[in-house]
Ligand binder design. Structure first.
Ligand code: PLZ
Length: 445
């Protein structure tokens, strides 16, 4: 149990203006002239400070965070240990470029990743800045190590917005539309989506494998890339047995199994990684987001023989494994271990699943409640069907925002509400957020 947050912001949601308030509205007006219109406009309250699960906006409102900046600030905002590490590092040195003159903290993060990711085999890591960059590099390594071109991805997958990762991502709008042409040798197969397909894990895996073997050919496949629980695509949790069956097939066929744990990793699902749930040992794991408590850092961690197959100079980038970001990761991992945030994620999950399942019995628009640990979602449907109800999702997000609660939607059809609270959220804060959410759902349906 995480004790309540000692902070000058207090631990309660507090709304003192309409939302967004006048200062936020003025900033939003100013933004129009200089910020690209291509960026998503989520909830335009402009933030000036944050602690734990509370964000303070420029009008003095205290907003409850159930999104963690899309699964990033899992340890909460303004963690003293992280502030201290980062501040000391900024004073010591902010950058040398690891490829030019290295430093110890980079090695320490790679040691942590080797120890924490599944499997006892020798592993090496390369550090980057964003999730998309990690995924791109995992594909580079898999192609080089296997000498094969093809990459297998899944329906509803999200892997990023760069050219290769747009190709790997499933959903067209808003991620891909008119941004092509896309990278070749990417093949998409059916995901296990128990709510919609009703298949067992074994059946769904057999379907995916048949597609790969007939349409691509196993011997052409460098990597099979999968989010063990899908993020942007709708928090789709594959049926039990799906991931183990795919993992077994990749091993048999010399294909690199890449688990994209960028959203699901680092205690989010109640364990260090989502694949741990079924004992799956990936050949390569990509991580980012929760890894560094809000500093930009990503990693590709894999079997040493794959990662080290790359010629010297084949991997890199100016900022990858930046000194400030790596000490943030070390502080984050230490905090997660000391506070046992994996256990806390499981408690939060039980509580959220409980309230949502109770709510589901009362309303006709919740078709499915799913997730693991503190990665929980519900899928909104037209009553009596499994047809997507994106309008309800939109209305729920808006209602929550009006009440000062950050809730995020996701899903290929935009009809899933996902909950990604900071793992340090208190029981009272979570109860408050769930009450607002329940009222929002009732108002929508
Ligand atoms: N892989 C599984 O969830 C990022 C995207 C938000 P970057 N998800 C949030 C948006 O609309 O851009 C993500 C992910 C998984 C890769 C990525 C990409 O990580 O750090 O955003 O590049």
């Amino acid at each position: 149990m995480v004790s309540s947050i000692q902070s000058s912001l207090g631990s309660e949601r507090k709304i003192i203006t309409e939302l967004p308030g006048p200062k936020s509205r003025a900033l939003h007006e100013r933004r129009q002239a200089v910020v690209s219109a291509g960026l998503t406009n989520g909830f335009p309250v402009y933030i000036q400070r944050a602690e734990g699960a509370i964000l303070e906006d420029v009008d003095g409102n205290h907003i409850l965070d159930l999104g963690s900046g899309i699964a990033v600030t899992s340890i909460g905002h303004a963690v003293p240990e992280l502030i201290e590490s980062v501040s000391n590092q900024v004073a010591a040195f902010t950058h040398t470029c690891f490829m030019v003159t290295p430093y110890e903290s980079y090695i320490e993060v790679c040691e942590e990743l080797a120890a924490l990711t599944p499997g006892t085999h020798a592993k090496t890591t390369a550090l980057f800045n964003s999730g998309a960059e990690a995924v791109e590099n995992a594909v580079k390594v898999a192609r080089l190590a296997t000498g094969r071109p093809a990459v297998i991805v899944f329906d509803h997958a999200y892997h990023g917005r760069t050219n290769l990762t747009m190709a790997l991502t499933s959903k067209n709008m808003p991620y891909k539309d008119r941004f092509g042409p896309f990278a070749p040798e990417v093949y998409r197969v059916a995901m296990s989506y128990p709510f919609l397909d009703g298949l067992s894990g074994a059946e769904a895996a057999a379907r995916a494998i048949a597609e790969i073997e007939s349409q691509v050919g196993a011997h052409n496949v460098a990597a099979l890339l999968i989010e063990p629980i899908q993020g942007e695509g709708g928090f789709v949790v594959p049926a039990k047995g799906f991931l183990p069956a795919l993992s077994e097939w990749t091993t048999k066929n010399g294909v690199v199994f890449v688990a994209d744990e960028i959203q699901s990793g680092f205690c989010r699902t109640g364990d260090w990684f989502a694949v741990n749930d079924e004992g799956v040992v990936p050949d390569i794991v990509t991580t980012a987001k929760g890894l560094a408590g809000g500093m930009p850092l990503s990693a590709v961690t894999g079997r040493a023989e794959l990662m080290n197959a790359v010629h010297e100079g084949g991997l890199g980038g100016t900022y990858g494994g930046n000194p400030v970001a790596v000490v943030a990761a070390l502080a984050t991992i230490k905090f997660m271990r000391e506070r046992n945030l994996a256990q806390r994620a499981r408690e939060l999950g039980e509580s959220m699943l409980g309230s949502l399942r109770t709510l589901q019995q009362d309303v006709a628009i919740i078709g499915d409640v799913r997730g693991r640990g503190a990665m929980i979602a519900f899928e909104l449907v037209q009553p009596g069907t499994k047809n997507p109800n994106a309008a309800a999702a939109k209305s729920i997000v808006n209602y929550c925002n009006q009440q000062g609660v950050i809730a995020l939607s996701c899903g290929t059809y935009g009809n899933v509400i996902r909950l990604l609270p900071p793992l340090v959220i208190t029981d009272d804060q979570l109860a408050d957020g769930m009450n607002v959410l329940a009222a929002a759902v009732r108002a929508a349906g």
